[in-house]
Ligand binder design. Structure first.
Ligand code: ADP
Ligand code: MG
Length: 686
């Protein structure tokens, strides 16, 4: 059966099943969808006399003598055999593979495949693969798939398992894409495509199969996400029309909105004016000014007599938002509250009461906002800042406290627009693609330890000129297993040494919220000049007077994370600098750091990050609750994405809920990959 566990496949016992499980393969169907990473073309056949050094080819040979064994130094055994064809002779050598002694028969014909070496002794192959001529055509003289494997399963075992799985279910491989899709795009049917993706007879057959699966993967993703969106499109929410008082609020801001901000404000307010709950993603690079946009939307909600909530991932960020909202809303008569887990009990109770009666119109907080005790009188707008830090369920929990409230999620992890369109096709996307005026690009350098003294001199110089600096370390306390610079010890060393005379502060995740708050406040006030911190400051922190960001052991961070950290500076009009300390010499590290030095553009950086790390890693799709992409390559397969989008459109125009008979198999397939029943009302995904 297609949906049986993999142990139903011949040759797969518990141990191998575990190894497959780690590759996220647990059913026969999963295994068939476990596509090759690449292929090796082993179809070329060469006569011995024509072999050239460096060739990768098959030879059709007869075994000329018994395999010899030579014991070298301890633990190493060499097995060698002489091979011949009409044109000449050659040798084959294996290391520590004793079984070849009994596997090869003198006088019998075999196909050997491997890398050819030609030297003064003649031609040879090391550790070649071979099959007797009677059974050749699987691992030799064939296009052989290469799978991603682990230490619990070998290439050959994987190949055999897939072969057996295919043999077992090949008559059950019924098509689930509608006929017209296959015809319109000249795609092989499911059964054919599975055969050709695992056992292609030539490049063309596999390309056709691949094309089918890429289109299919994009299509399932699109339809699945659009369905989520569709479910919210039919809900009714509160229409919150634009108010004159909101325009006045915007005009009274201490700065003029950038054109990009104006554009997204328009998009958001237009959404909110409709009685359909908004579901919008606001993307903008670090420092592009997302907070004020959220504030405007929240003021609009409040001016319509409803409540708005903003959830931030850290206490530091929530507190900072609270303070800046206090300033922004000074002239409006809006009751504002801050709710975090460290809010004192008495105050908390008062806030609960105020939210319930509606007396508090606007609340900013952390996860504390989704506690059971929090109830609203009329919650009409939910904003989530740095949405990647929250799970789907947490966002849903906050939205559930209102009656289909409008939702706005903000993200500073810029992803390429094309990608956003797929990964967030359940959302409308607004992008702030412009920084506030006067910002200068942050100058970025990578340095080694040799520069330490000069770097501290530079920090001092900046502080003397009235500015401030961050120094970020990956860990909190010295741990024996690593030699990472620890923030705690490090702050002290700096205070007593290189930065003697400057006020050095320390901020890390294990501090009490009140301590964190005090340190942050001292940094905001400018009392603390240099803040040594862990990545607690990664998201959102906004102190425009800080102009230097020093990052220790920066090879420990992902590119997007480095970009986030760097985004803590360059928030004012002064020239800012980011200094990346790294001793790591690997090519990949160098390449990544070079990207940081070359560009300040978060979109470019995330694109690079994506190509260096691969999409699975990048999105943590698990956390988004999205199925992962197994075969599609988001960069190379853009044209196929466009095809999939067109198909999705046609299907939805005709059969929005996938109710037609021809769409049933597709619908079941989507239900399986999204892990939810189509018909069941899913909770709002925020
Ligand atoms: P992010 O998009 O990273 O969340 P913030 O909302 O924290 O960015 O804004 C960064 C800084 O830019 C803040 O100090 C904010 O007051 C300022 N800012 C935002 N919009 C403008 C603007 N249009 N003109 C000038 N400064 C702005
Ligand atoms: Mg922000």
């Amino acid at each position: 059966m297609l949906h049986s566990p993999i142990t139903a496949i011949k040759g797969i016992g518990q141990a191998r099943a575990k190894a497959l499980e780690r590759l996220e393969v647990s059913t026969v169907e999963d295994l068939l969808h476990y596509f090759p990473r690449t292929y090796q073309d082993r179809t070329k056949l060469t006569s011995i006399i024509d072999l050239k050094h460096g060739d990768q080819t098959c030879v059709h040979v007869v075994v000329l003598n018994k395999v010899t064994e030579r014991r070298m130094r301890k633990g190493l055994a060499v097995y060698q055999v002489k091979l011949g064809d009409k044109s000449g002779t050659m040798t084959a050598t294996w290391f520590n593979q004793r079984f070849v002694m009994n596997a090869l028969e003198v006088g019998k014909a075999y196909i050997f495949f491997g890398d050819i070496q030609v030297d003064r002794y003649g031609s040879s192959m090391q550790n070649p693969i071979y099959e007797s001529v009677d059974h050749a055509g699987r691992y030799t003289q064939n296009i052989v798939p290469i799978y991603r494997v682990n230490d619990g399963i070998t290439q050959k075992q994987m190949f055999t398992a897939i072969e057996n799985a295919y043999g077992m279910v090949k008559t059950q491989l019924t098509e689930y894409l509608p006929d017209w899709v296959l015809q319109a795009h000249d795609l092989p049917d499911f059964s054919q495509a599975i055969l050709n993706i695992h056992f292609p007879i030539n490049a063309d057959s596999f390309l056709q199969a691949r094309k089918r699966f890429v289109i299919e993967e994009f299509l399932l993703l699109q339809l699945g996400l659009l369905r989520i969106k569709g479910q919210s499109d039919v809900l009714t929410g509160l229409a919150l029309p634009m108010k004159a008082s909101v325009s006045t609020f915007i005009k009274a801001l201490p700065f003029t909105l950038t054109l990009a901000q104006q554009k997204v404000v328009k998009e958001i307010t237009a959404d909110m004016a409709k009685p359909i709950p908004m579901r919008r993603l606001l993307q903008g690079d670090v420092g592009s000014g997302k907070t004020i946009v959220a504030a405007i939307a929240m003021v609009l909600a409040v001016q319509n007599g409803t409540q708005a909530a903003l959830m931030a991932p850290t206490e530091i960020l929530a507190t900072q938002h609270y303070h800046s909202f206090q300033k922004l809303l000074e002239r409006l008569n809006i009751k504002l509250a801050l709710l975090t887990s460290s809010t004192p009990k008495k105050q908390k109770d008062a806030i609960f009461e105020g939210l319930k009666t509606g007396e508090i119109a606007l609340v900013i907080g952390t996860h504390a906002l989704i506690e059971q005790n929090v109830q609203f009188s009329k919650l009409a707008l939910v904003v989530t800042d740095e949405q990647h830090r929250f799970g789907v369920r947490q966002r849903a929990a906050l939205s559930d406290k209102g009656d289909n409230p409008h939702t706005l999620v903000m993200s500073a992890t810029p992803i390429p627009r094309t990608l956003a369109l797929i990964l967030y096709s359940d959302l409308d996307v607004s992008i702030i693609d412009q920084l506030p005026p006067g910002r200068k690009p942050i100058k970025t350098y990578t340095v080694t330890d040799n520069y330490r003294k000069r770097v501290y001199e530079f920090v001092k110089k900046e502080v003397v000129a009235g500015r401030q600096a961050y120094i970020v370390c990956p860990l909190i306390e010295q741990s024996e297993s690593t030699d990472l610079t620890a923030a705690v010890a490090f702050a002290k060393t700096l205070q007593d040494g290189a930065l003697y005379g400057l006020m050095v502060g320390l901020l890390h995740g294990k501090m009490k919220p009140s301590e964190k708050e005090a340190v942050m406040q001292a940094f905001v006030n400018g009392d603390i000049k240099v803040l040594v911190a862990t990545t607690v400051i990664e998201v959102g922190v906004n102190v425009p007077n800080a102009t230097v960001m020093v990052i220790e052991n920066c090879e420990r961070f992902g590119l997007s994370q480095l970009h986030q950290l760097r985004g803590r500076v360059g928030r004012g009009e002064d020239e800012s600098h980011c200094i990346l300390f790294s001793e790591a010499q690997s090519k990949l590290t160098k390449e990544r750091l070079a990207v940081m030095c070359q560009t300040n553009d978060g979109f470019k950086i995330s694109e690079k990050d994506l190509s260096l790390r691969g999409p699975g890693d990048f999105f943590g799709t698990r956390q988004h609750g999205l199925p992962e992409l197994h075969i599609a390559n988001l960069f190379e397969d853009m044209p196929l994405l466009a095809i999939a989008q067109d198909i999705a459109k046609v299907i939805r125009e005709k059969d929005r809920q996938l109710e037609l008979a021809e769409n049933q198999p597709l619908r079941e397939k989507i239900e399986r990959s999204f892990g939810t029943k189509w018909a069941l009302p899913t909770p709002a995904p925020f």
